[in-house]
Design a protein around this ligand. Structure first.
Ligand code: FES
Ligand SMILES: [Fe+2]
Length: 415
């Protein structure tokens, strides 16, 4: 249980809040590269700030304030040019640093005008890696964009799913420190969902947890879980799976690992990416375009009935749990038990990293040495839960990969 004050401290992400300051020390994916192919601008909200992502005519991505500095028309309708983005209303042109380069009428009437020198739009650095576009909104010097394992791995196909989830980022992260929910939400409740859908034949036999353990490691927290029939000698128990501080879970299986990346949009919304690699030994070159897909967010229909068909997979079930905890879960009302020790450890880690930045130090996972950022390798257990052997239902219902375009293509090819 947390006091109201502690809950506020850990959940508020806007500019000037302590957690907002800590979270600004990291790079965040804000779009898939492929999202800017059809349309060169995308509205983005991150850490409470409204921005517009665009690609200029030289192919460079840029990220600037969403409203024009002149009279506030949306830059989402801006026209991409060689040097930046031009506002549709009166043609003011901004570069990637937010500098105003042209004000056509001002310069026509007064060629000596230096008005544009006084204009500045918010603008942030962006970089691309592994088919994602990342932004950094924090203090300088700008750290390196971490080259986490799946972003740079060879011999894989990839796809990227995304959804905006109407709840605070922290309850999503806390779910990643909570192995016991897998037994209940993704097995017992899954069976109930299949029953509701009239698919009793898809029901599985739940596997229970015997023991859970958590330890802080170089990049975050490793979770270990022991299932019935397993022991401490079991390799899965020793390897576990990592939560990368502050916002990435490595999930899935060794042959189909997924990064679940949680990007705080504002206090009550989170942009969630499912970044999956499908191991394919025959793949020599990375895909030219990594397919992007939207993951539907479950809720209730008009009659108040849960959307059962969206709840037959881990991601749908997880989202329903996160959303129904409330916009910001009231941790003053919670009752933590033995199943929640990972959550308690993660909250402690957050507080420790807050203290670090307050002491003027870099928090965990801020990389500045390129030699340590070539390929940040991670290990993942190969638990029977990850392999989805629990589910006798359709192969696709593992998680967000239910909606995967790569699996669609492979299914088509087999027909
Ligand atoms: S509002 Fe953008 S140029 Fe006038
Ligand atoms: Fe889950």
């Amino acid at each position: 249980m947390l006091s109201q004050e502690e809950n506020e401290l850990l959940t508020r992400v806007g500019p000037g809040t302590p957690m907002g300051e800590l979270l600004r020390r990291y790079w965040y994916p804000i779009a898939a590269t492929s999202e800017l192919i059809e349309r060169p601008t995308k509205g983005v909200k991150i850490l409470g700030e409204e921005l517009v992502l665009y690609r200029d005519k030289q192919g460079r991505p840029g990220l600037i304030g969403s409203q024009c500095a002149h009279r506030r028309m949306s830059m989402l309708l801006g026209i991409p040019e060689k040097e930046g983005l031009r506002c549709a209303y009166h043609g003011w042109l901004y570069d990637r640093n937010g500098k105003c380069l042209e004000q056509p009428y001002e310069q026509a009437e007064d060629p000596n005008s230096n008005f544009k020198e006084h204009i500045r739009m918010p603008a942030y650095p962006v970089q691309e890696l592994g088919g994602l576009i990342f932004a950094y909104l924090g203090a300088e010097p700008v750290p390196l964009l971490p080259r986490w394992d799946l972003f740079v791995r060879d011999r894989v196909l990839r796809d990227i799913g995304a959804a905006v989830i109407p709840c605070n980022w922290l309850q999503i992260m806390e779910n990643s420190l909570d192995p016991v929910h897998v037994e209940w939400l993704h097995q017992h409740f899954y069976n109930y969902v299949q029953e509701r859908l009239g698919h009793s034949d898809f029901k599985g036999n739940p596997v229970s947890h015997k023991k859970i353990n958590f330890r802080v490691f170089e990049y975050g927290i490793i979770k270990n879980r022991m299932l019935e029939g397993e022991s401490e000698d079991n390799e899965d128990w020793q390897v576990g799976h990592p939560v990368l501080f502050p916002n990435i879970l490595l999930s899935g299986s060794t042959s189909r690992p997924t990064f679940q990346i949680r990007v705080p949009v504002d206090d009550t919304h989170t942009l969630h990416f499912w970044y999956t690699c499908y191991a394919r030994s025959e793949v020599k070159e990375p895909q030219e375009v990594i397919p992007f897909y939207h993951v539907p967010v479950p809720g209730y229909d008009k009659t108040g009935e849960p959307q059962w068909s969206l709840l037959d997979n881990d991601s749908g079930e997880d989202m329903m749990a996160w959303i129904t905890q409330g916009g910001i879960a009231d941790r003053g009302m919670e009752k933590l038990g033995l199943s929640d020790k990972g959550i308690i450890l993660y909250r402690r880690l957050l507080r420790e990293q807050l203290e670090k930045i307050q002491a003027g130090q870099d928090p965990m996972n801020v990389f500045r040495d390129p030699a340590k950022n070539v390929y940040i390798k991670l290990r993942l257990e190969d638990s029977k839960l990850n392999r989805g052997s629990f589910r006798p239902g359709p192969r696709r219902q593992g998680g967000a990969t239910k909606y995967s375009p790569i699996l669609d293509q492979e299914e088509q090819a087999r027909k």
